[in-house]
Structures are given as structure tokens and as C-alpha cells.
Design a protein around this ligand. Structure first.
Ligand code: NAG
Ligand code: NAG
Ligand code: NAG
Ligand code: NAG
Length: 386
């Protein structure tokens, strides 16, 4: 009986390894992909806590089903923290939402031309850049064309703005601030475009004078990059507030992404109070920072090759020890585990890994998993049949 059981466990483990591989989302998948996955061949319902390892593996078989909500918490042994101080909400340090315009704010004036924006970087960098472009369009009295997302960054994500963000909502919320349109009008098709890399961290004067003076010769200005183009300080209150309005009210995820996000959160909550860990131990950041602590020389070579082949990363020769001693390296999965333990989080704390593929896969994640077995990835949680 025992033998049969371990045999079954082995088989399930091996099949699940294969199936993890097959069911993994493609790196640049849009979130609608899960809808297209085939029906489950095997349906195994399991209880999440206090069960054997093999049952956790089996959850990888089940394709995500967004219409499936989380089970009510009564059906699960929900983990409750026994040390409430660790879970206290952080104080707001007197910061508060500040998105309403001042009484002096006026409707947008007649636009002088069009602002196109090519964003750059990862999603968060693009998001911040888009908010800045809204503020800049207001400063220079431009009609903003919905920004283009970066498709050439490390992530090679081909998604368009409307795949990621709710485009109509973005346009409508900003109606009293900046005119936003989806595409440059046809009649502007042949117009010359001034492609300009705005100076980083520029203030009002730069945009009101240097950039606005381009309207004399051009009807269309294109921002070649969008990250960190606008100063953080000494902007008029209404420009800063507009930036916040763009970021926190206008820019929302597209409905299918909202739905998927809500599903993941609901499912994680059904495990109890959990930690979302942005474990940035990913190939690109290790290649970029040259952090190779604890890696094999083959892995270090692989990372160096990636760095050398990326033209955008200017620093090529990096001393990994020096980087690490200066604190410039991401925590390894093992260090993250030690850190969380030291803070007092018990080993039954569920952890959601908010990151892409962790470098080295389970060879390094094993160090975190051995301390915190309730380790969940987006693939695992979206595939879980709760
Ligand atoms: C998704 O779940 C719903 C509700 O349980 C079920 O009716 C439906 O058949 C499922 N769809 C797929 C593709 O499994
Ligand atoms: C509104 O405009 C008036 C007159 O220009 C100015 O004195 C006042 O400080 C402005 N108020 C705000 C909140 O900016
Ligand atoms: C934008 O329009 C307003 C109102 O017409 C005007 O006062 C301001 O000078 C314009 N700014 C630029 C940079 O064109
Ligand atoms: C993005 O838009 C372009 C142009 O409309 C289109 O060719 C492309 O297929 C779109 N990308 C995705 C991922 O839908």
C-alpha cells in the first residue's frame, strides 16, 4: 500500500512537472490567454492546508477558470496570524489623496497641436511615464494621442495600450484636463513630426518655453521616451494634482486584467492573510546588476553574456562582490526567507510571488520553499481549482 502510494506520488509529481511546463503562460502572453486553455482532463479537488505535497502539485493540472470564484472561507482551514503586530496596516504618514483640482483650475484651452508618446521600460515605468505625459500635454496645450507601449523592452510584450489599460475610461476621466484621442487624425498623416527626447526631470519652464516653441514649426511633437521626463518638485499644484489624477483615477487596468487580478487576490485571501513578495530575483535584473552571489560560474557567464549583448545597458564590467557589498543586489530567495523569518513570519504564512520567472527556478526557490512551503506563483494560483 505504501509502495503504491509513493509510486502514485511520483507519477503525479512527474506529470505535474511536465504540465507546469506545458501550461505555463508564454512570457508575453496577454491575460486573455488562460481562457483559451483546454478543459481539465483531471479534476482533483484538494484542501489547501494541512495536506500532502502531492495534492499541491496536482493543482497545476487545472486550467484557470475565471468564472470560478474562491470558495467561501468556511470551507477552508483559513490561516490567521497569531502575531497581529506584523500585520498592522502601515501608517499613512499624513499623506492623503490629492487629486481634486484647485478652485483656479480651468477647462483645457484650445490645443496647439498633438503630442505622441512612445513609452519605455517595464509596466510600472511606463505607467509613471504616461501620467507625466498627461501633465506635459496640459502644460504645452497639446491634444494627447493615447501613448504607445514599449514593445522592444526586455519583456518583448506586444500588448497595446487598450490591452493593458481601460482606454475609454482614460479618455473620459481626463476630459476636463487634456483632450485625449486614440489615434492621430488622418489629415495629420503626412505632417512632419518633431521627435524629441525631452530632458530628464524638467520643470515648467522647459516645457512652456523650449518645447512649446516647437509649435511654431510643427503640429505634431513626439516624445521619444517617457520615463522621468518631468520634475517631481516645484510644479504648480494643479499640474501635480493632474499627474495624480492621471495615475490613480484615469489609468485603470483593462477589464479582463482587473478580473484576473481580483481572482488571484480572492484566491490568495482564501488561504488566509498572506504576503505578496516582489522577489526581483529575475534574469534581467541579475544580468543588469551583475549580481552573481551564490551562482555557478556557468550561470555567471550566462548573465554576463546577456549583459554584453544588451546595448541599452552601458555598464559591462561589474565586480559582483563590490555590488553586493554596496547593497545593490536583489535579495536571493534564501535571503528573503531568512529576512521574513527574522521579522517573525511563521513558516505557514502563505506567500504570493509577485514576479516573473525566478532565476534558476527551483534550485534557488527551494531555499525559500523549505522555510515557507505555502509558496504561490501566478501560474499556480490561476490554475488552482478552489
Ligand atoms: C468554469 O466554471 C464554471 C462554474 O463552476 C463552469 O460552469 C464552467 O463549465 C467552467 N468552465 C471551464 C472552461 O472549465
Ligand atoms: C488662485 O488664483 C489667485 C489669483 O491668481 C491666487 O492668488 C491664488 O493663490 C490661487 N489659488 C490657488 C489655490 O492656487
Ligand atoms: C496654453 O493656453 C493658455 C490659455 O490659452 C495660455 O495662457 C498659455 O500661455 C498656453 N501655454 C502654452 C505653453 O502654449
Ligand atoms: C497592436 O496594434 C497593432 C496596430 O493596430 C496591431 O497590428 C497589433 O496586432 C496589436 N497587438 C496586439 C498584441 O494585439
Amino acid at each position: 500500500m505504501r509502495k503504491m502510494l509513493s509510486c502514485a506520488i511520483c507519477t503525479i509529481a512527474m506529470m505535474s512537472l511536465l504540465s507546469v511546463h506545458l501550461h505555463k503562460f508564454p512570457h508575453h502572453s496577454k491575460l486573455s490567454d488562460p481562457y483559451r486553455l483546454p478543459n481539465p482532463q483531471i479534476e482533483i479537488r484538494d484542501k489547501i492546508l494541512g495536506k500532502e505535497q502531492e495534492q499541491r502539485w496536482t493543482r497545476e493540472f487545472i486550467p484557470p477558470n475565471v468564472s470560478l470564484g474562491p470558495l467561501s472561507s468556511q470551507q477552508f482551514p483559513v490561516w490567521r496570524p497569531n502575531c497581529p503586530i506584523l500585520w498592522k496596516p502601515v501608517t499613512n504618514r499624513d499623506y492623503m489623496p490629492c487629486t481634486h483640482p484647485t478652485p483656479n483650475y480651468t477647462a483645457p484651452p484650445e490645443p496647439r497641436g498633438y503630442l505622441l508618446a512612445h513609452t519605455n521600460g517595464g509596466l510600472n515605468q511606463m505607467r509613471a511615464g504616461i501620467c507625466d505625459m498627461v501633465a506635459i500635454a496640459r502644460i504645452i496645450n497639446a491634444t494627447l494621442v493615447v501613448p504607445e507601449l514599449d514593445k522592444k523592452s526586455y519583456w518583448q510584450d506586444s500588448s497595446n495600450f487598450s490591452d493593458v489599460f481601460n482606454e475609454d475610461h482614460f479618455i473620459n476621466v481626463l476630459a476636463n484636463d487634456v483632450k485625449v484621442i486614440k489615434k492621430l487624425p488622418k489629415e495629420m498623416g503626412g505632417a512632419p513630426i518633431a521627435i524629441k527626447y525631452f530632458k530628464s526631470w524638467s520643470g515648467m519652464d522647459y516645457y512652456q518655453e523650449e518645447i512649446s516653441s516647437m509649435w511654431a514649426d510643427y503640429k505634431v511633437i513626439q516624445a521619444g521616451k517617457t520615463d522621468s521626463r518631468l520634475a517631481n518638485n516645484n510644479l504648480p499644484a494643479d499640474i501635480q494634482k493632474l499627474r495624480c489624477r492621471a495615475c490613480y483615477e484615469a489609468l485603470c487596468f483593462a477589464p479582463q486584467i482587473e478580473a484576473m487580478g481580483k481572482l488571484l487576490v480572492d484566491r490568495m485571501r482564501s488561504y488566509g492573510t498572506y504576503i505578496a513578495l516582489h522577489l526581483r530575483y529575475e534574469k534581467d535584473i541579475l544580468a543588469f546588476t551583475g549580481c552573481t552571489h551564490g551562482l555557478s560560474s556557468a550561470e555567471a557567464d550566462e548573465l554576463k553574456e546577456i549583459r554584453d549583448s544588451n546595448d541599452k545597458w552601458k555598464v559591462k564590467d561589474i565586480d559582483p562582490r563590490e555590488q553586493r557589498s554596496k547593497g545593490f543586489c536583489p535579495l536571493t530567495p534564501k535571503e528573503a526567507a531568512i529576512f521574513l523569518s527574522a521579522l517573525g513570519y511563521p513558516s505557514n504564512t502563505p506567500i504570493y510571488i509577485a514576479a516573473g520567472d525566478i532565476y534558476g527556478g527551483d534550485s534557488y526557490m527551494g531555499d525559500l520553499r523549505s522555510r515557507y512551503p505555502m509558496l504561490m506563483s501566478k501560474v499556480r494560483v490561476s490554475n488552482a481549482l478552489l
